[in-house]
Design a protein around this ligand. Sequence first.
Ligand code: P1T
Length: 380
Amino acid sequence: MSSSYRFETRAIHHGQEPDQATGAVIVPIYQTSTYAQEAPGIHKGYEYARTGNPTRAALERCLASLEEGAFGLAFSSGMAAITAVSYLLSPGDHVLAPNDVYGGTYRYFVRVLGRYGVETSFVDMTDLDQLEEAFTPSTRLVLVETPTNPYLKILDIQAIAEIAHRRGALVAVDNTFATPYFQKPLLLGADLVVHSTTKYLGGHSDVVGGAVITSNVDLYETLKFHQNAVGAVPGPFDCWLVLRGVKTLAIRMERHQANASQVAAFLRSHPRVERVYYPGLPDHPGYEVARRQMSGFGGMVSFRVKGGKEAARRVASQTRIILLAESLGGVESLIDHPASMTHASLEGTPLQVEEDLLRLSVGIEHPEDLIEDLEQALMG
Ligand code: P1T
């Protein structure tokens, strides 16, 4: 399908032409582990399902298109996608990552990759001088997450890519929170985009998956070699679920954002709330960069409550519609206490999050119901 079609159209059609054998409008779930060959090595393009699967290929093509990239690769989780990017590194290499990042990403780079001779430094990438100073002659990769998880800091992708490339390092952007609907890192100079498709791309909290997208054919070939050699691939049904989710990404993101901005405004004026973190608030430190590099501010809102850890845990336990759960990006609203849930692995490290912090994944329910739910939980 031509890439001149607009985002919403490509989300529904790109890589998803009607099935050649039957005309099925929806890409079938090719639930097979292997493919018959006419003669050894003579086949229709598929040999074995770890190496390739038509449902996965459709998803990979669609995600590549939405990110304005040339190539997509799907993985069994967001962590598997991030791990795949790390296979571009060798012992002795150095990585820079944000000092506000998903707890599992920190855990992987420090506790797993660190054992293989790759060192990672976590820096405040909102401060470009601090970023410059953190480079060493061995820095090979700059991992960017923006908006960050959980403080929703905004990192300037274009400026970071310029510095990293000058220093000979690759830039990978975790675009999970913004999604390609609101932010296109490859057009801002990033070499790679990674996703937890578990979140907004899947959109319905019913699948775990990941993806890497790039326009660099050499990086793609290396990553594809590792995708097959390591084997952390998603099953066809999981690919199908993400592909279905992506069809409604545009309208979901519009509603997530509309609801999130109302929730952020409500929380900001609430007497029991200490501070609200939402990049769409004009006094958010990253507001100007967000306006420049994103076409919307997303559906995540973090806030600190008055009364410390106990108050935060109480509010998180008292919401009724908003479920207390890890993860984000589904149609239903979720509340998270990062210090004891998604970011517990940061406890005792310099990246530890404040214990009065709560993170909301604002869903697409009626905003008044969400605000009333938060009001009763805050006052309870
Ligand atoms: O859970 P998984 O699909 O493996 O994705 C990992 C991951 C990667 N990047 C970001 C920015 C993420 O937020 C995550 C997963 N995050 C959560 C589960 C969470 O609740 O924050």
